[in-house]
Design a protein around this ligand. Structure first.
Ligand SMILES: Cc1cc2nc3c(=O)[nH]c(=O)nc-3n(C[C@H](O)[C@H](O)[C@H](O)COP(=O)(O)O)c2cc1C
Length: 218
């Protein structure tokens, strides 16, 4: 597939694989930007968009990251690696105002909803009824954006490898990541080199989907 061809969403999902080796070919700037643009179309609670991506393209940066990632070769082989982070500070007052302004500029905000956000978001983070820790919350959102990124990338002919094989404290120290920002995964992006690992299969729908209550047949 050449860079100008695109895959349908269905084909991109079917054909995406975790690439463990990459060719050195660069990702054209326009394609990289389009992958990022589509990735951040991902949804988020209150549209808070807590994901943050550090885009590594320089060999020195990737070598530094590989040293924090159990020496996994895809980190230095891939032309681009994203350090995918989630920022816990999105519940601060100024940030909430910036989300309200964004919504207002898009014609999607009322005064009533803005007031609701001002009171409900701090409450959500104080009570956190639907998450155990703030890190669970940042991970929930960032990984959803990572899923968008991977499918968008594949639809544009770009392979990826989601990675949790890294030492978070080392990555944070090396890349000036603040304490309140969680490193959720690494995402090498580029053009896969052969051979790909054999597809490991997926459990049948009946095994992972339940009907009406947990454990009941779908
Ligand atoms: C959150 C997450 C972390 C992963 N971490 C690594 C990793 O550190 N190194 C690696 O080579 N693959 C990693 N993988 C890739 C998985 O091994 C791979 O997705 C899985 O075996 C299924 O293969 P497929 O994606 O090619 O269908 C990770 C995948 C996910 C979703």
């Amino acid at each position: 597939m050449t860079n100008s061809q695109t895959l349908s969403c269905q084909a991109a999902i079917e054909q995406r694989r975790a690439a463990r080796a990459f060719r050195p070919d660069p990702i054209p700037e326009g394609i990289l930007r389009e992958i990022l643009r589509l990735g951040v179309r991902s949804p988020s609670g209150y549209n808070l968009q807590p994901w943050r991506f550090i885009v590594l393209r320089e060999a020195g940066s990737k070598a530094k990251l590989r040293a924090c990632a159990f020496d996994q070769r895809q980190v230095t082989e891939a032309p681009v690696v994203l350090i995918c982070c989630g920022d816990r500070r999105v519940n601060n007052k100024d940030y909430i105002e910036s989300v309200i302004t964004l919504g207002a500029q898009a014609g999607a905000m009322t005064d009533a909803f803005a007031d609701y956000m001002r009171s409900a978001i701090p409450h959500l983070f104080e009570q956190h009824p639907c998450f155990e820790s703030e890190e669970a919350w940042t991970n929930r959102h960032t990984m959803l954006a990572v899923a968008h990124l991977m499918i968008a990338a594949k639809s544009l002919g770009v392979d990826s490898c989601p990675m949790e094989g890294f030492v978070s404290a080392q990555v944070k120290a090396e890349f000036a990541i603040p304490a309140e920002v969680d490193v959720c995964c690494l995402l090498p992006l580029g053009y896969a080199a052969d051979p790909l690992k054999t597809y490991g299969g997926r459990f049948a729908i009946e095994q992972v989907c339940y009907g009406e209550q947990f454990g009941a047949t779908f």
